[in-house]
Design a protein around this ligand. Structure first.
Ligand code: GAP
Length: 522
């Protein structure tokens, strides 16, 4: 049995995470008091923090890769011409089939993959229709015949202005904004190449069947970095020596059916697989982001190569980043490294009439684009899946401190005898340094469980001894160990523990709990 199968003992992992997410305020269906629409979700107070923490880590890390990488912000509603230039109006389609009787519409490739347990990515309408007919696949809702497959454009169209004559579209990817802004930003930022423009912002897709709960959305957030570079220098990377011996975890297109992982150094990937150095360097940086910064176990991470049929219409070389999630039954895409060539700038130059070439030295050319593209919401789901632990006496999210919505919880043992006053003062001091929560209701055991369940890594308990000797108990979420720390030294101690400079055991005098922590349900 996989960890996500329904068990007679209770809900599966996915249902459990959804339940905690809604109950504790990570996320829940948008407009749910009116019945909600699939594919639209609200981030609650904890989810908003978790999402922002992930976005800020992403920003600091990827914009920190070069002094020539910058961030912009842009409108979500864009003129029709943008998507004529980008090719989205013609090509951004999903295959759709409709029931001849109940007229429910399905994404044809997903319906076939669910029924036949095979990958049909990249097949055209005729081939998908033939598979439906040959295998006598029927409407999953009412059992009637399905109509021939046709393409469905996934962009949301909008009528703008009082007459409604102007047709505009909600952007289906954040990427178009840097292409449209490229010329201005390149001029303003001293004309260096490689040159990066990032956007962290919303994208909108009219998904035919937004299933898998929180994972396939109609309104979602992307964090994307477009790196403009000279195509003649694609086999160069400034910091190549730092990554050349670093091993990438690849699932090559030829091995996709068995899911075999090839571990290969960047140098070997360049020499043997002909992956250009600039591309391989960025793959290494993406893998390090997941493994070293977010602490995702290596065996849960892979790059999956997409062949010509499967990759997006604008890509020449395409590896998806996939994480192995129990809630979704295996490796699923959360991001991608895309070599988009001059497809976008070339298309916009042609359709707008604006010259988007650059002049570097005596060379004039349209830069090519390497795109690092991440779905923020999918990554939020992934960290909830990968850091969730069900232990005999408790459930917890073992988030790294960098991601945790709350870093430190403060627990006054009782609400009397100056303990609240002492706690409030300490809370104010800690609040200047850490994301805090003040929890003074219920038994101390219940308070620990509540904070474990939302992934708070550290807790501070103030008790009667604190008033006498100015020490507090510091509790570690993962080990449930406790140490006694001086109130005056708490900030520095916590900073060192969070930075990994001091082990929790050495952070203070050990406290032997009177009894091991037991399950305490609310
Ligand atoms: N700019 C390139 C681009 O948009 P994509 O593979 O279509 O490429 C990039 O999307 C990432 O955006 C995906 O890897 C995924 O994480 C996220 N994404 C795409 N469609 C999504 C959806 N319907 N719901 C949630 N996330 C989505």
């Amino acid at each position: 049995m996989t960890e996500d199968k329904k068990s007679p003992k209770g809900p599966n992992k996915s249902d459990t995470i959804m339940m905690i997410a809604a109950k504790r305020g990570f996320f829940y269906p948008s407009a749910e008091i009116y019945g909600a629409k699939a594919g639209f979700w609200t981030y609650g107070h904890l989810g908003t923090r978790l999402k922002h923490n992930w976005e800020n880590l992403w920003r600091n890390y990827f914009l920190g890769l070069s002094r020539s990488y910058f961030e912009i912000d842009d409108c979500h509603i864009m003129p029709k011409k943008v998507f004529e230039g980008s090719g989205h109006l013609a090509h951004f389609n999903d295959p759709l089939t409709e029931c001849s009787k109940c007229h429910f519409r399905f994404r044809a490739d997903q319906l076939i993959e669910d029924a036949l347990k095979t990958n049909v990515g990249g097949l055209d309408e005729a081939a998908l229709t033939k598979l439906i007919d040959d295998n006598k696949l029927l409407c999953p809702r009412c059992g009637s015949a399905l109509m021939p497959v046709k393409w469905f454009n996934m962009m949301f169209e909008m009528k703008v202005g009082a007459t409604g004559e102007d047709i505009m579209y909600l952007r289906p990817e954040s990427a178009q904004s840097p292409y449209l802004a490229f010329k201005r930003e390149f001029e303003a930022l001293r004309k260096k190449i490689p040159f990066g423009l990032a956007v962290v912002g919303k994208a909108y897709r009219n998904e035919i069947s937004p299933r898998q709960g929180f994972f396939r959305l109609r309104e979602f957030t992307q964090a994307e970095l477009q790196i403009f570079f000279d195509p003649d220098r694609i086999n160069e990377a400034e910091n190549w020596d730092f990554v050349k011996a670093y091993k990438l975890r690849l699932c090559l297109a030829k091995d996709a059916s068995e899911g075999k992982i090839t571990e290969i150094t960047c140098e070997e990937a360049n020499r043997e697989l002909k992956i250009p150095k600039f591309y391989a360097y960025n793959m290494a940086k993406v893998q390090q982001f997941y493994l070293s910064l977010l602490g995702i176990p290596a065996e849960k991470f892979r790059f999956r190569e997409l062949d010509e049929k499967e990759r997006a219409f604008y890509n020449k070389l395409h590896f998806d980043i996939e994480l192995d999630m129990g809630t979704l039954g295996g490796f699923k895409e959360v991001a991608g490294v895309h070599y988009r060539t001059n497809h976008d700038l070339g298309g916009h130059q042609e359709h707008s009439g604006e010259n988007l070439e650059v002049v570097i030295g005596d060379k004039r050319f349209i830069p090519h684009v390497l795109e690092l593209s991440f779905g923020v919401d999918r990554n939020v789901w992934a960290v909830m899946d990968l850091f969730y632990r069900q232990e005999p006496e408790r459930a917890l999210f073992a988030f790294p401190s960098l991601l945790a919505p709350i870093e430190v919880a403060m627990y006054p043992l009782v609400n009397k005898d100056n303990i609240p006053e002492y706690s409030s003062e300490l809370y104010s001091k800690l609040g200047k340094e850490f994301k805090m929560f003040f929890d003074d209701s219920g038994s101390i055991g219940r308070r620990y469980r509540r904070q474990d369940e939302i992934g708070t890594p550290y807790g501070v308990t103030v008790d009667y001894d604190s008033l006498n000797d100015n020490t507090v108990t510091l509790r570690d979420r993962d080990s449930m160990k406790q140490v006694r720390v001086k109130g005056d030294e708490l900030i520095q101690t916590l900073k060192k523990v969070i930075a990994g400079e001091l082990s929790f055991e050495k952070a203070g005098a050990p406290v032997v709990p009177k009894a091991p922590e037991k399950e305490e349900k609310e």
